[in-house]
Each structure stands twice: as C-alpha cells, then as structure tokens.
Design a protein around this ligand. Structure first.
Ligand code: SF4
Length: 179
C-alpha cells in the first residue's frame, strides 16, 4: 500500500490529497513532471503552488528536473493537434511513464494520477493509459475519477481557501496559444 501519485498541478491535487490523507496508505508520494509546462516562469509558479500544498498536507512530492527540450523533442511533431488530441495522449503517457519509473525506484505498489479530476480531461482515456503504464512497470493502477462526488468542486474550494495559484491554460506552449 505505497502510492506514487502523479500530480498535474496543485489545484487538481487539493481534493485528492485531502481524501488520500484519510485512507490507510503506508506511504503517499506525489510526483510532478512539469517539462510540458511553458514558459519556465509558469513552471515555477505551478511548482511553488504544489510545494505549498505538499507542506500543507504533509505529502512528500518528487520533482522531475525541468527539461522542456525533451518534451518538445517528443511532442513538437503534434504541435497543430487540438487539445484532447494525439499530443495530449502522448503528453499523458510521458507523464505517467515518468511517474511509474519513479514509483518503481521508490518501491511503490500503486500508481495513480490527479489528471482525472478535471472535467476537461477524458477520464476513460486516462484510465486506459494508467492501467497500461502501471502494468508495464509492475505496478497496480490506483487511479480514480476524482471529479466524482463533487471532487472537482472540492478542489476548487480548497484552492480558493488556500489562495493557490490557478493557471489559465493546460500547460504547454500550444495550449497557451490556443487559449
Ligand atoms: S494541452 Fe496539456 S495535456 Fe495536452 S499536450 Fe499540452 S500540456 Fe500536455
């Protein structure tokens, strides 16, 4: 019962952190990928918000080094894809694979993600990618559709109460331009 939870951003992690802290996990560790985020200032704004939330709920978060060049090398051929298209599928896979690798290193039993809290994200797709990624790394998929039972509203409420930074676009330069 050791969970490695991929965290896409602090506001989306607020309700999951609150729920998980009340469950009998032996260990809960967050993981932030971040190399998809553009520009670097925005990365730091989101990372700072997550550091604050991590301290508030006493959930340790691991950080992948910020390497946008690697993300662009993998995803830039899909620059013209609309949001929720192939580029996003690839982006989710990159993030989940990085989280799974970290989970294996740390002896996690389960892999999860906060991604499915957003009503803008395809929960079935995330679940399928999560199951595949967890299985290929020898982990159990512990993903949930956090937006159920008013999870998304609760995350918004906590974010407001804590004054968390809330971004206006998904993360990459393409989503920033589209927004
Ligand atoms: S829109 Fe979001 S999920 Fe899609 S590629 Fe950009 S950062 Fe990744």
């Amino acid at each position: 019962m050791r969970l490695l939870l991929h965290v896409c951003c602090a506001p989306d992690a607020a309700a999951p952190f609150e729920i998980l802290k009340n469950e009998p996990w032996e260990e809960i560790t967050g993981f932030f990928y971040g190399s998809n985020i553009h520009p670097e200032d925005e990365y730091h704004r989101r990372a700072d918000a997550l550091k604050f939330l991590s301290g508030r709920y006493e959930i340790n978060v691991l950080w992948r080094p910020y390497e946008p060049g690697l993300w662009f090398a993998a995803a830039s051929h899909l620059a013209d894809d609309p949001e929720r298209g192939e580029r996003c599928n690839l982006c989710f896979s990159l993030q989940l694979c990085a989280a799974a690798e970290e989970g294996v290193k740390r002896g996690a039993s389960h892999l999860g993600t906060t991604l499915a809290i957003s009503p803008h994200k395809d929960a079935a797709l995330i679940s399928r990618l999560g199951i595949e990624t967890a299985a290929s790394h020898g982990l159990i998929w512990g993903g949930r559709v956090w937006r159920k039972n008013n999870g998304f509203s609760r995350s918004v409420q906590i974010s407001k109460e804590l004054g968390l930074y809330r971004q206006s676009y998904c993360g990459c330069v393409y989503s920033q331009r589209q927004t």
